[in-house]
Design a protein around this ligand. Structure first.
Ligand code: NAP
Length: 269
């Protein structure tokens, strides 16, 4: 039986880790070829190897998504290697200015007071907005241009967050960047509809990836988080990969400008 993305070409940013990696692998299971984009060539190569082990083609392109030239080079490389781009998942992101995958969140951010907006250095705010919002915009438009040239439409999926609708103290930059991604998704959906390019977003709840490793290592916090999640567990990267698969496939052909919130009910209401 043909896969749900048989012979389509997908670009996944943040594809070297967490949600991006799980999405690349899930797409490959459904027949897609992959372009994996991220900062780390070493971890990107691990995702490429996992995709190839499923019998699909894959390439890594080192990309800093906050840099316009990198995003354009990524789009050129993907279209040049595979001849077209059908799907983009923009998953590259940071939880705060000093975030590096898996690094303890609080210890590098300083005290809770230091994270409050009135005390936060402007450079921290700018870093998060540059990566999480401007980076998604630069990636989306570079890939969209290739989709338009290809003339066959496409599906763009931006990874936002539950924090796009729920404010979190100490994370103003992150919340605002993700709310911006939500609105960016809606505007782009209108602008690209005539080219048969659908643009949707996903707003995950708390997912077991390096981004939440520090939070999960605190047993009391973990217990409280699970207790406040109606479904009774945190999400796993595959939960988000499956949402992305739906939005990438023809099953969602009447969806555009929409956001899905796979969050176990945490942010309901
Ligand atoms: P992750 O495991 O840390 O993956 C994020 C990836 O993005 C890392 O490989 C990271 O590289 C990369 N990255 C960071 N800045 C980049 C840049 N400028 N250019 C290219 N790549 C960059 O975290 P994740 O949980 O999978 O996060 C994926 C997305 O989901 C993010 O947008 C995040 O905000 C969103 N999200 C996550 C959760 C959650 O609970 N995990 C919840 C809601 C939303 P380095 O490690 O080398 O920095």
């Amino acid at each position: 039986m043909a896969g749900r993305l048989e012979d389509r070409v997908a670009v996944v940013t943040g594809g070297a880790s967490g949600i991006g990696r799980a999405t690349a692998i899930r797409f490959a299971e459904e027949g897609a070829d992959l372009v994996v984009a991220d900062l780390s060539a070493e971890r990107g190569a691990e995702t490429v190897a996992a995709v190839k082990a499923l019998g699909r083609k894959a390439a890594f392109v080192r990309t800093d998504t906050s840099q316009n030239a990198d995003c354009e080079a990524l789009a050129d490389a993907a279209a040049g290697t595979f001849g077209r781009i059908d799907v983009l998942v923009a998953a590259a992101g940071i939880s705060h200015a000093l975030y590096v995958s898996g690094a303890p969140t609080e210890s590098v951010q300083g005290t809770r007071d230091a994270a409050m907006l009135i005390n936060k250095p402007v450079e921290y705010w700018e870093k998060v907005l540059n990566v999480n919002l401007t980076g998604v915009m630069l990636t989306d438009r570079a890939i969209a241009r290739k989709m338009i040239e290809g003339g066959k439409g496409g599906s763009i999926i931006n990874i936002a967050s539950g924090a796009a609708k729920i404010p979190i103290q100490g994370a103003a930059d992150y919340c605002v960047s993700k709310a911006g991604v939500w609105m960016l998704t809606k505007v782009l959906a209108l602008e690209l509809a005539a080219h048969r390019i659908r643009v949707n977003a996903i707003g995950p709840g708390f997912i077991e990836t390096p981004m939440t490793a520090s939070m999960r290592s605190d047993e009391d916090r973990l217990r409280a988080l699970i207790a406040s999640t109606p479904i009774g567990r945190l999400g796993v990267p595959e939960d988000i990969a499956n949402s992305a698969l739906f939005l990438a496939s023809d099953e969602s052909s009447f969806y555009t400008g929409e956001i899905l919130f796979p969050d176990g009910g945490l942010f309901t209401g």
